[in-house]
Design a protein around this ligand. Structure first.
Ligand code: ADP
Ligand code: MG
Ligand code: MG
Length: 922
């Protein structure tokens, strides 16, 4: 991945180092490519400035200073102060105002900005530079506005820098609003604000022990230090962990001259997306608040208004209507930005006295639905090509298109039955039903026992963990760009926001809605993030459109744009990728689903799963417990038709495709009767005494079955088991071949650790297969290979490669045995290992490239050194994990195999891996 910023301490010539980058007046020292140094926000401000979008001037202190700061006990590089002063002077000249000046004061915002956007994670301070003197300079223009800005600044600065909780201030603000009868902050008169400022300063003195800082340079450096420090606040750390952002990237600090959206009715602030981030629809889309500042829109304090007429409901005043000229300008800007970045942008703007300023642009976060639609639409519009379209969709996100939606009929019934509690804004598509949790902590706890819907008035960054564990999110306040909406979309959670007709009462633990009994924590609720509907109770879901078209045939492709785009994108991926995709499937139905999702065969068919069905398990138990070989063969003879029928079903689904069948693998004890009832029933069935049977079961008990009598060890000690399986496979193959099916079985020997094991079992396989083929008089190919899942097998892969026609890395067991972690017990310590950074990730989820991955690479190379035509694949869980797939591509594997619903993810990830590999090779 990207390299980290070079460490400053290594730099010899400190004066040569550039730490501060100016932007303003149509020219910037940085640009969009410098995200590593400027952070996303700084790079965006620079780029916008360069392409002629109106941006208030300012400068960016680079992420390298953050790195320096943490490497030097929170000290700055020696010449940083001079560089900041120089750039500040430049801003002063351009806007013709002076920092700290009592007549014409310059005010600035101090804004954090890491490489990857971390919404709401870092704290921004607005209106910095206000004190008792400068506020009077500002008041010359408009006193109310000056005081409004001052009180905002005191609260933000105190909260972020002085660590005086903002609740103290908000409490006073709400009390004041009540006292003067103001509905919104904008209605509070100047003299009341003056009092409020005095009260705020008193709070600061009481809570922090000092007066609110009046020196503007102290304010500035306090704020800069706080932004750097906020890189390591708990919320930021949690967000990085959930999103895999390295801790050592650091943040930049942007210092920018203020523009004011709170100076009157010809002012406003807003946020917008160049396309709909939830559905991907090609419509400019956003929200604004008249006479308001910065965070007001995102914070969900007032429900914002729509920016366009098309988006407005009746009675809502859109920006297009109230300020048509500025709106037209905004449209020009968004078109310019989208054409320039060739991707959907998420922008922040402020209108000061009828003049538009852009304060941020970044690649907009979007749902999987929107990602696929935007990629396809932009291809059609000629903005991007197929390759870029494939790169634009995060592989893991595509599973959202397969997620269930509410059953239409059931929902209609519920609506008619009066179960609609209310409606909100559809912020994250998909259906979720779950028990209500009113706070994040409860959501985390309750999620252990089943799905939860997190219900809040609004969410804030503290709620991240709760939002992550919830199946769905509902808020009663805030718009489509509120914190809840943005984060839910990023996480792919169904989400409804701004459901204003519902009332959350945290005190009583109730969700109230007109005409319904209040709901309490733990009650079921259902939310539809596609339509915004909120229903009481638990609504059943039905399959997604993609599944309906592809798998269930209950919808036609013409009826589903979602399906058509899904299909197009994956076909483009198929044109790019070289890695094959197979599936892990044990039944004809799974095989069919996987084939329809685009799998080109089975990489792992686990035969033991066929042994558990009711009529079969008895025969299996008889076979295991039999006194001698003759007894075993009798039981096996009865099992054979079952196995044969299973294989026939699978072969018929996958004509022309390879089907890798693994011979029996798990320890026998998994099949044994465990309860007394099972044992006596079996004893009766076999004509044994109960005591005798129990003794035999005990005798088969193993201390550590995972490392015990399993895999090919069974096939060697009880050859009749494997013989029966091979016979069943080839009888089935010959029989379907007669029906014209192009059948390609591949027999896979599990848990091989020595050459002899593979020799014995593969010779047996070939012999039995040859017998069957001769008996049946039809020809089918006989291919024998082995699973590589014991480290020793990877090490002797050159010897195994002389016998095997294919390898399939069983990366679950290989991980287990290489680390010596029991898969079933690792849950007790692995999370802590990841927390403490002993391991970067759970190695069972994503392949450990440095250790286990080396065995895959080395095993492949050694195997191919003996047999250049050796086919190599992976059949562990890692086969459906995008990061692992990227790694496997670098090992030159032929295919990965994953569960049917991961096949689309794997197709996309394999294409992306291919593009990365090409880029790497040049
Ligand atoms: P975040 O990363 O949380 O979005 P930002 O740094 O973008 O934080 O700022 C928070 C809010 O303040 C945004 O709405 C932004 O538009 C506004 N803002 C930031 N700087 C200025 C400025 N110089 N003038 C006016 N508004 C600003
Ligand atoms: Mg922002
Ligand atoms: Mg295994």
């Amino acid at each position: 991945m990207s390299s980290t910023a070079p460490s400053i301490s290594k730099s010899e010539d400190k004066t040569a180092k550039k730490y501060v980058y100016y932007f303003g007046e149509g020219h910037a020292e940085g640009n969009a490519k410098m995200k590593n140094v400027l952070g996303g926000k700084g790079a965006g401000l620079a780029e916008m400035t360069n392409i002629g979008v109106p941006v208030p001037p300012g400068f960016t202190i680079s992420t390298e200073v953050c790195t320096y700061f943490y490497e030097h006990g929170k000290q700055y590089p020696p010449d940083l102060r001079d560089a900041v002063a120089e750039n500040l002077a430049r801003v002063e000249r351009v806007v013709d105002r002076k920092f700290g000046d009592r007549n014409k004061p310059l005010l600035v915002s101090v804004r954090s900005g890491a490489r990857a956007s971390m919404p709401g994670m870092m704290d921004t301070i607005l209106n910095l530079g206000l004190n008792d003197e400068t506020v009077q300079g500002l008041a010359k223009h408009d006193e109310r506005f000056a005081l409004d800005s001052y009180r905002r600044f005191i609260q933000m600065f105190s909260d972020v820098v002085l660590e005086v909780d903002k609740e103290h201030f908000e409490h006073e603000l709400f009390a004041l609003r009540d006292r003067v009868g103001a509905q919104t902050d904008a209605q509070i008169p100047a003299n009341a604000l003056r009092e409020l400022v005095a009260t705020y300063k008193k709070i600061v003195r009481e809570k922090s022990g000092n007066d609110f800082p009046q020196n503007v340079n102290d304010q500035l450096w306090g704020a800069i230090g706080a932004v750097f420090s906020s890189w390591n606040n708990q919320r930021a750390i949690t967000y990085r962990k959930l999103n895999g952002i390295p801790d050592d990237w650091g943040t930049a600090v942007n210092v920018q001259s203020m523009v004011f959206g709170n100076m009157g009715d010809d002012c406003a602030t807003g946020v917008a997306f160049t396309r709909n981030p939830s559905t991907g629809e090609r419509k400019f889309f956003g929200e604004y608040l008249p006479n308001a500042q910065g965070e007001d829109v995102v914070a969900g304090i007032r429900t914002p208004l729509p920016i366009s007429k098309a988006q407005a409901l009746s009675g809502e005043k859109s920006l297009e209507e109230t300020m048509p000229a500025v709106y037209a300008q905004l449209e020009d800007v968004y078109k310019k930005l989208e054409a320039h970045y060739r991707d959907m942008q998420d922008i922040e703007f402020t209108i000061q006295s009828g003049k538009l300023y852009l304060l941020q642009t970044r690649t907009g976060k979007r749902t999987g639905f929107a990602a696929v639609k935007i990629a396809c639409d932009m291809t059609d519009e000629g903005l991007i090509d197929h390759r870029e379209a494939v790169e634009r969709v995060e592989a893991g996100q595509i599973v959202q298109l397969l997620a269930p939606v509410f059953d239409h009929a059931e929902k209609e019934k519920a609506l008619k039955g009066g179960r609609l509690l209310g409606r909100g804004l559809p912020a994250g598509p998909g259906a979720a039903a779950g028990r209500i949790a009113f706070n994040a902590e409860h959501a985390v706890q309750m999620a252990a026992d089943g799905p939860v819907v997190l219900v809040r008035i609004e969410t804030s960054p503290e709620d991240i963990a709760g939002m992550h564990s919830a199946a769905g999110i509902l808020t009663t306040r805030g718009g489509l760009t509120s914190h809840a909406a943005v984060v839910a979309r990023g996480m792919g959670r169904p989400c409804v926001v701004g459901a204003g007709s519902l009332k959350v009462d945290y005190g009583r633990g109730e969700l109230r809605s007109e005409g319904h009994e209040p709901l309490e924590e733990g009650d079921w609720i259902s939310i539809d993030g596609t339509t915004g509907e909120i229903l009481g109770g638990k609504l059943p879901t039905r399959p997604s459109e993609v599944v309906q078209v592809l798998i269930e045939n209950t919808m036609k492709p013409e009826q589903s744009e979602v399906y058509r785009n899904f299909d197009r994108l994956l076909k483009w991926a198929d044109e790019i990728r070289t890695l094959g995709i197979r599936t892990n499937a044990d039944t004809p139905n799974d095989a069919r689903v996987a084939r329809l999702f685009g799998a080109a065969g089975i990489g792992l068919c686990r035969t033991e799963h066929m042994f558990f069905a009711e009529e079969r398990i008895v025969r299996v138990r008889e076979m295991i417990l039999a006194r001698n070989e003759a007894g075993r063969r009798r039981a096996l003879d009865q099992l054979l038709p079952f196995q044969k029928a299973d294989f026939e079903g699978i072969f018929r689904e996958l004509t022309g495709m390879p089907v890798t069948i693994r011979l029996l693998d798990p320890p026998l004890h998994e099949f044994l009767p465990h309860t007394e009832a099972q044992m006596s029933a079996l004893a009766r069935d076999m004509g044994w005494g109960y005591v005798e049977l129990r003794a035999k079961v005990n005798q088969l008990h193993e201390v550590n079955p995972m490392l015990g009598h399993r895999g090919c060890r069974l096939g060697i000690t009880y050859p009749e088991i494997y013989e029966m399986q091979v016979r069943a496979i080839f009888q089935a193959a010959c029989d379907v071949r007669k029906d014209g099916i192009d059948v390609r079985p591949e027999v896979m020997i599990p848990l091989v650790g020595t050459v002899k094991e593979l020799q014995i079992t593969s010779e047996m396989t070939r012999r039995v297969a040859a017998d069957v083929i001769k008996e049946r008089g039809v020809d089918v190919p006989v291919i024998v290979g082995t699973m590589i899942e014991i480290p020793r097998a990877a090490l002797i892969a050159d010897q195994l490669g002389e016998i095997a026609e294919f390898f399939s890395f069983g990366t679950n067991d290989l991980t287990q045995m290489t680390f010596g972690y029991s898969r079933d017990d690792a849950g007790t310590f692995l999370p802590e290992y990841v927390d403490k950074k002993i391991l970067p990730k759970d190695p069972f989820e994503s392949i450990d490239t440095t250790g286990v991955g080396q065995l895959v690479r080395l095993g492949t190379e050694r195997g191919r050194s003996a047999n250049a035509k050796l086919k190599v694949g992976v059949c562990g869980e890692h086969g459906g994990d995008p990061d692992s797939i990227r790694f496997f591509r670098t090992c030159n594997l032929n295919y990965v195999s994953c569960s049917p619903y991961r096949v689309p993810v794997a197709r996309l990830a394999a294409a992306q891996a291919e593009l990365e590999q090409k880029a790497y090779e040049g």
